[in-house]
Write a protein that binds this ligand. Structure first.
Ligand code: UD1
Length: 335
């Protein structure tokens, strides 16, 4: 395979995927507009891998500039991460979310179409399943109306890609992530949340670092063994490796469009996660139980059998290592 274009390749999941691709000897081209990351991630990737890659500070919504990248580089596949991803923010800024996530994808597809790039991997989310009681959940589960504009952009994105794949030579793989957490073992790359984090793990690590005073666990009266929500937390390196498998799989797919769940297949409660964080890092976290958060699904975890079978991928990193690496990353951010 020739060069792989990674849009949003300096972001959280994008940077880990770029590392995995480079380590496997792929030539990588990264496009990122730096709205949710910093340029030094480029050097950090170089430090980890010892390998350089082409970088363009380009917004995927800018079709002319993106087209220039396709003209300069001979790209054979695209992994598309560049998108906004905060559920709460999307409720306040729906137009921005639809513009960036949907127009960005359409802009990218005009480039892939013009340059005959057929292999496409898309970041989707388990949010497309809505509030289901059917965990472990398979890809057969129907897509339901999303509770946030962010979720809707993922549903629309999948639909656009399905239609595009059906009427072109494209081979599209949509990857539905459960809850990505953790950081690279080098602690050189990880998640860089802007402002007050809304996701659990950045809030936990920032509380442990003294940046936030206290973690509130949103609700302990759910119908689960300890009363707190259950999620399928997946280490970002395992997730990144699935993208490599997916881009390798796409040219040989029998169908033009396919979707895969990416999770460990195990659910952990929020309390279990917080306790694991305290135990592996040998510290006490200031936390308390509070009200439920609007829009939270009670419990959801993946059936990831399909990815195992067809992509030849499985997760190898357990919850303890997710918690250890998250804290190692947070600690180095202070340096
Ligand atoms: C959400 C989205 C998911 C998206 C992901 C990453 C939905 C249903 N899910 O997942 O699509 O990919 O964000 O942006 O839209 N929690 C606390 N205290 C906190 C923060 C979180 O108790 O301060 C709890 C939540 O109530 C939840 C769990 O931790 O039970 C995980 O929350 P979070 O990290 O925000 O992810 P999700 O809501 O599961």
């Amino acid at each position: 395979m020739g060069k792989i274009l990674v849009t949003g390749g300096l972001g959280y999941i994008g940077s880990h995927t770029t590392v995995e691709l480079l380590q496997l000897g792929y030539e990588v081209v990264v496009v990122d507009n730096l709205t949710n990351t910093t340029l030094d991630v480029q050097d950090r990737i170089l430090q980890i891998t010892g390998k350089s890659f082409a970088f363009y500070q380009v917004d995927v919504c800018d079709t002319d500039q993106l087209m220039t990248v396709f003209e300069k580089e001979s790209i054979s596949g695209v992994i598309h991460f560049a998108a906004y991803k905060a559920v709460g923010e999307s409720v306040e800024k729906p137009v921005e979310y639809y513009h960036n996530n949907v127009s960005g994808l359409i802009s990218l597809l005009s480039c892939t179409k013009k340059h005959n790039v057929h292999s496409i991997v898309f970041s989707s989310s388990c949010t497309v399943y809505g509030d289901t009681k059917l965990s472990p959940i398979t890809e057969e589960h129907p897509i339901v109306e999303a509770i946030s504009p962010y979720g809707t952009t993922k549903i629309i994105g999948e639909q656009i890609l399905k239609d595009y794949a059906n009427f072109s030579e494209a081979r599209v793989v949509c990857l539905r992530y459960f809850n990505p957490v953790g950081a690279h073992s080098s602690a050189l790359i990880g998640e860089l949340p802007l402002g007050v984090p809304s996701n659990l793990i950045p809030y936990v690590t920032q509380t442990a670092a003294g940046i936030r005073e206290k973690l509130t666990i949103f609700g302990n009266d759910y119908n689960t063994p300890d009363g707190t929500n259950i999620r399928d937390f997946i280490h970002v390196v395992d997730l990144a490796q699935a993208h490599v498998k997916a881009i390798e799989y796409s040219p040989n797919m029998n169908m033009s469009f396919d979707v895969f769940n990416l999770g460990t297949g195990k659910g952990h409660s929020v309390t279990e996660v917080v306790e694991a964080f305290e135990r592996v890092n040998n510290l006490k976290l200031n936390y308390a139980y509070g009200e439920r958060r609007a829009g939270d699904v009670e419990q959801i975890w993946a059936d990831a059998t399909k990815a195992k079978k067809l992509l030849g991928w499985k997760t190898t990193i357990e919850l303890d290592e997710m918690m250890r690496s998250s804290w190692a990353w947070q600690k180095q951010l202070a340096n």
